[in-house]
Design a protein around this ligand. Structure first.
Ligand SMILES: NC(=O)C1=CN([C@@H]2O[C@H](COP(=O)(O)OP(=O)(O)OC[C@H]3O[C@@H](n4cnc5c(N)ncnc54)[C@H](O)[C@@H]3O)[C@@H](O)[C@H]2O)C=CC1
Ligand SMILES: CC(=O)C(=O)O
Ligand SMILES: [Mg+2]
Length: 543
């Protein structure tokens, strides 16, 4: 039997109320006599820095979030670039892998296939269900690039929701992290006596889909104002469930759509710089995707709008894109392909398989190389040098997470292109002083998109999330760079400005929802842009 764990604060509604307003003052005598908020923030940072290992920092911050959410989110906003690698990628990956060992208390909702027929009652266990607005739902089957982690995927849902709260001011009590347990195919976990999930292989897709149908329906009944973000489902199920539910419920897939939007945004800024250096028009870019899973194909689909916005037809846009999977270049004469790859399969090549990346680079001559393969180091020195030989300012985006799976490091990209590279990675890399010039890596991670996309969708009370809303989030991000950031050669804005960026993205998303007629908060339609922006800002929760 699956037990639904009671969230740690369920019998302490006090804590939920605290999140909605200023924290109540403890009675006299219950705190030390000179406890001062400002000084306490310094104390918390000192405790944070005293931890040697990143996983210990993660555990410390989890504890701080539980005990003093206002302080946690305040520090999060003040130290965004220092905290995100801990509460998010890469450290959250380790937190997932070690979840069953480091587990201390329930922080989310667990639903398993064994709950079939009674999912409604499981959802009713959530203590504040009239408050629920956003849920990040994972089945743990492809956590970052780390594979099938089963129920250990819970920290990814928690981490994404912490970024919603910090980055877009979603109220903490409106968030529900959910992990669906369909088993795991990872033997190591099945053999681990401490593993917290169901101890069997994953159930078949047919059974999973029956449970998913019930789950999605009961979610919409229990939480009528809820937006669902699917996270880290294996590629087959990621596409299957996005298509199955996207016209029925407000739902989006972060790995397909959020990643697509963030990479389109960085690519727009990179392509301008690259074209300025080469003199080649924007509509001649050639993009090679190394990795053709949910993320690779999701980004490829979204990048088509770069070309259609340049006035090209869908067919012409598709021809600017090449996919590579574990069997090499994806082309239709290769044989039967998975449905999600088929659309981009090349029809203009019918020779023998081309499997070596260097051969593929020579054949395609890309201006941009995107890595979404989970293949650590796949962009070798020779591959990077080839990109530099083909382009005066190549675009190289190794986007796989966490850091250890990145297709190349920022340092290698800089070194092997003599500092002439437009770079963004999925996980953060440090900046580099190259021959006296500071070079800054971009972080092409959906964390720039989902907070604003989610807030806009919630405020518009959208009935579904349209492609145009996702595209609006991307264009909103691309246009958010300050002059100073542009002059520094950044492709993405500084993460410290996430609140301001999310507000701007939210506004664009609401406008797109209105144009697509999926908004149910129709009073927002009559607002001017400055009024709408002020409305969005007024809705953000502040620690
Ligand atoms: N930067 C970001 O915001 C995001 C990054 N990602 C990352 O993207 C990666 C991939 O995610 P999914 O597409 O869901 O995974 P996936 O496992 O479905 O896809 C991986 C793809 O890489 C290909 N591949 C594997 N080995 C290869 C090899 N040796 N040569 C060429 N291709 C190879 C596979 O054939 C497959 O097409 C993960 O590391 C994930 O963390 C995912 C979402 C967002
Ligand atoms: C960032 C993210 O969503 C992933 O790597 O799966
Ligand atoms: Mg993901």
């Amino acid at each position: 039997m699956t037990i639904v764990l009671t969230p740690y604060w369920s019998n302490g509604v006090q804590k939920l109320k605290m999140a909605a307003g200023p924290p109540p003052k403890p009675a006299h005598g219950l705190t030390p006599p000179t406890l001062d908020e400002q000084v306490h923030a310094v104390r918390c940072m000192k405790q944070f820095h005293s931890k040697d290992k990143d996983i210990e920092k993660y555990i410390y911050l989890s504890m701080l979030k539980e005990q003093d959410p206002h302080m946690f989110y305040r520090l999060c906003l003040q130290h965004m670039s220092e905290f995100t690698p801990i509460i998010y990628t890469p450290t959250v990956g380790q937190a997932c892998q070690e979840y069953s060992h480091n587990y201390r208390r329930p922080e989310g909702l667990f639903v398993s296939h064994k709950d079939k027929g009674k999912i409604a009652s499981v959802l009713r266990s959530w203590p504040k269900f009239d408050e629920a607005r956003i849920s990040v739902v994972t089945d743990g089957s492809r956590i970052l690039g780390l594979g099938d982690l089963g129920i250990n995927g819970m920290p990814i849902s928690i981490g994404k929701l912490s970024l919603y709260i910090a980055g877009a001011g979603i109220r903490p009590e409106s968030t529900i992290p959910i992990t669906l347990d369909f088993g795991t195919n990872t033997q190591k976990y099945l053999d681990d006596p401490l593993y917290l999930g169901l101890r069997h292989k994953r159930v078949a897709t047919e059974e999973m889909t029956e449970v998913m149908d019930e789950f999605m329906y009961e979610m919409s009944v229990a939480f009528p104002k809820l937006l669902v973000q699917f996270e880290d489902f294996s590629t087959d199920h990621a596409f299957l469930y996005l298509e199955r539910y996207r016209n029925q419920y407000p739902v989006f897939n972060d790995d397909i759509q959020g990643t697509g939007a963030v990479v389109l945004s960085g690519f727009i800024n990179a392509a301008r710089l690259s074209s300025a250096a080469s003199g080649r028009p924007l509509n001649t870019h050639r993009i090679l995707f190394f990795g053709a899973g949910s993320a690779g194909v999701g980004v490829a689909m979204q990048l088509m709008s770069f070309f259609t916005l340049e006035g090209m037809s869908e067919q012409e846009a598709r021809e600017r894109i090449w996919l590579v999977d574990s069997q090499g270049l994806v082309y239709s004469a290769r044989g039967k392909l998975a449905e999600h790859k088929d659309y981009f399969a090349r029809r203009d090549y019918a020779g023998p398989p081309i499997t070596d990346l260097l051969d593929i680079l020579e054949y395609v001559k890309p201006t941009a190389l995107m890595g979404l393969s989970t293949m650590s180091g796949a962009f070798t020195r020779a591959a990077i040098e080839t990109m530099a030989a083909l382009n005066p300012l190549p675009i190289i985006f190794p986007l796989s997470n966490p850091v250890k799976l990145s297709e190349c490091t920022f340092e290698d990209a800089v070194k092997y292109t003599n500092g002439k590279v437009l770079f963004a990675s999925g996980s953060p890399f440090p900046e580099i002083n190259y021959q006296g010039r500071m070079l800054y890596p971009g972080q092409g991670n959906n964390m720039y998109i989902f907070p604003g996309l989610g807030l806009g969708s919630i405020l518009a009370r959208c009935s579904s999330v349209s492609d145009s809303m996702v595209e609006a989030s991307s264009l909103g991000l691309a246009n958010s760079l300050t002059q100073e950031e542009e002059e520094a050669g950044l492709l993405y804005p500084q993460i410290e400005r996430i609140r301001e960026i999310s507000a701007g993205i939210s506004m664009q998303v609401i406008r797109a929802a209105q144009a697509a007629n999926v908004d149910r908060h129709v009073e927002l339609r009559s607002m001017s842009d400055p009024e709408l922006l002020a409305f969005v800002n007024s809705k953000m929760w502040n620690p």
